[in-house]
Design a protein around this ligand. Structure first.
Ligand code: LMR
Length: 336
């Protein structure tokens, strides 16, 4: 009887030990796929809302199998590092502004040409067309795959000066720009002094006078409080800030097929959600800025717009060969 008990105890001990050993394997087989989604803007912006929607949809589709961790406001990686982090596998999704990809494909510079798109609806038509869609996979040879476009909106210009209606008004001023050669040429063409700078550093640079002005959407201006450190914001609508949600090609292709399919569906739905909100968020933020009375909002006459267009026009010629005339023509067509 004693030896039977001993045998039973030793069998139990062996089973427990085996179970303990098996646990890590069992746990790792069931460990969720973690998607770190890093971005640089605030949660209440169109991109912030899109990322949260994607998390909700992806986790609902794959309970326990997929976990999406969203890191807004450059908490995990800022502009300078997020593309590198994606390629190194430190994050799985990012959604940089289209201006930040020119190191990966010159064609994407089409989006930065000043006064190319009349409005965000035209941008949407171009993105949905064959040329816009082809750009989503233009960087796969560099390890980046575009899963969709997310809208923010049209850019407005702001400075710490009283007057900002004519191109001459920015002569000699220092402007923060995104890391884009087209935007650099745009401000050089205006005889201003552009400085490439990460988004997270802009508020302080404006506040301390390191730069005099910047260009951005209403939602970014409001959520970053740029209006509190600028005197004038002019509704120039001279360009667009939109995003490409990108993932690491190798990581993406290594996912189980059903997960890839489900995440693609979640992305399509999150894209529709965020794009539907974008215009309203920007209009509401324009009003909120006006209500604070902190920065004066100016609008342009037709004659003013013509003067800005004319001064910025040479940028098109400078980048046409890199971008390709076909892309520029397709973008122009989307205005109609
Ligand atoms: C900027 O850097 O100004 C913006 O592109 C930031 C963003 O992601 O909207």
């Amino acid at each position: 009887m004693k030896s039977l008990n001993r045998l039973r105890r030793s069998l139990i001990a062996t089973a427990v030990a085996a179970g303990a050993m098996a646990l890590p394997f069992a746990a790792s087989a069931q460990a969720p796929i973690v998607i770190k989604f890093s971005h640089v803007v605030a949660e209440q912006t169109p991109k912030g809302q899109g990322a949260m929607k994607f998390k909700e949809l992806a986790e609902k589709k794959f309970p326990g199998r997929v976990q999406v961790q969203v890191f807004p406001s450059s908490q995990l990686f800022g502009d300078a590092k997020e593309l590198e982090a994606l390629l190194l596998g430190d994050v799985q999704f990012i959604a940089p502004s289209l201006s930040k990809f020119d190191r990966y494909t010159k064609k994407i510079q089409v989006y930065d040409l000043p006064f190319l798109f009349d409005n965000i609806e035209a941008v949407d038509r171009f993105q949905s067309g064959p040329q816009g869609q082809a750009l989503l996979s233009a960087m796969t040879n560099r390890g980046l795959l575009g899963l969709g476009y997310w809208h923010n909106g049209m850019k407005q210009m702001s400075t710490n000066k009283d007057k900002l209606t004519r191109p001459e008004d920015v002569k000699g001023l220092k402007f923060r720009i995104q890391a884009s050669d087209v935007l650099e040429a745009q401000f050089r063409g205006l005889s201003a002094n552009p400085q490439k700078m990460a988004f997270a550093e802009v508020y302080q640079a404006l506040q301390t006078g390191v730069v005099d002005g910047q260009e951005n959407t209403w939602s970014n201006i409001y959520s970053q409080k740029f209006h509190e450190v600028q005197k004038t914001i002019t509704e120039t609508n001279h360009g667009v800030i939109d995003y490409m949600v990108v993932t690491n090609v190798k990581w993406w292709n290594g996912l189980p097929a059903d997960i890839r399919k489900g995440l693609t569906e979640a992305m399509t739905e999150a894209t529709a959600h965020s794009n539907k909100l974008a215009l309203d968020i920007n209009l509401a933020d324009r009003k909120k800025i006006a209500d604070t009375g902190k920065a004066k909002i100016q609008t342009l006459s037709k004659d003013d717009v013509a003067a800005w267009r004319k001064t910025m026009e040479p940028v098109w010629k400078k980048f046409e060969a890199d971008i390709g005339r076909d892309l520029i023509d397709a973008a122009l067509k989307s205005n109609k």
